[in-house]
Design a protein around this ligand. Sequence first.
Ligand SMILES: *Cc1c(COP(=O)(O)O)cnc(C)c1O
Length: 375
Amino acid sequence: MPRPIQAFISQSALAHNLDVVRRSLDHAAQAAGGSAPSIWAVIKANAYGHGIEAAVAGFSAAQGLAMLDLSEAVRCREAGWGGPILLLEGFFEPADLDIVDRYHLAVTVHTREQFDMLARARLSRRIDIMLKLNTGMNRLGFSPAAYASAHARARQLHDQGVLGSIGKMTHFACADGAQGVAEQLQAFNDATRALPGPVSVCNSAATLRYPEIAVARDHQPHWVRPGICLYGASPFADVPAGSLGLRPAMSLRSQLIGVQHLAAGAEVGYGAIFRADRPMRVGVVACGYADGYPRHAPTGTPVVVGGVRTRLVGRVSMDMLMVDLDPVPAAEVGTPVSLWGQDGPAVDEVAAAAGTIGYELLCALAPRVPVTHGP
Ligand SMILES: *Cc1c(COP(=O)(O)O)cnc(C)c1O
């Protein structure tokens, strides 16, 4: 028998979260008197740990899919996705363009080197691109000063039959925080106003917080690029996903595989960092950092045991972690444990306790954890 740990992926939660985004955009479009943007569901990093095939099924109502890995793009095609696919980092070497061509992928272009590769490529059809502008995050993209000439180079490649549509794209650094997007949006508008083509600027935080930005009033196609919210986690540190109407798509579940009775003063786990201040029962859960549970989660991190919320105690080890059973007197070996998801704490709560974000925990689900799919 395998260890009792399991990740459950809910296809209806994926579809529901996409619909939450869709409705919020439709509402913003109505209010602003423009048209709602299309949605590229971001499914990079194995769909934030949920599995590419599950994401293709769950996001069947999206207009497009966006990711980084060419192999993940190919898996989407093999899973039957015939719609647009955008590679968010574009391509990395000339041979990648064979796959881009064969599987009809759209690419982000953010360097001169990529233009050089495009100019030398032998392609069977035009490639649609999103030309990336660096508006201040200083990660990917052409500077505002270099953007017009990059766009001219793209138009030249278009005229030579290499490129199809030429879109405009940037990425916000602080859409979830106090700084917001105003400065970057201004830089984007200044650099791209005169250039026609599809537009894409919003990640989850910007899509949910500033949906009006994505509303098209210029008769150009607009696209948003939500990721994390589609999986039912929050892009905002101070706003729980549930209050945004989102549902967790991944539930990490296990069981108690042991119970210990501690005397007052007894210690638990590696480093003996937890000491019982009274007699207590401690449950041993088949889940550790080799399953993707964060090792930095401290005593007090929420865990649900037998439907009751309790706390982690002591240090998380590779294959196990320990929990306080005082609030769950009926718990015994075999009692179900929910680490995060539908019937557990929100992944964002566990992440916050461990000093990280839900994104990291979802992406870090270990390959050894068996995954089941359901409604
Ligand atoms: C990851 C990513 C997104 C999605 O970000 P979320 O915060 O998960 O919504 C959007 N655009 C780009 C370029 C990305 O790399």
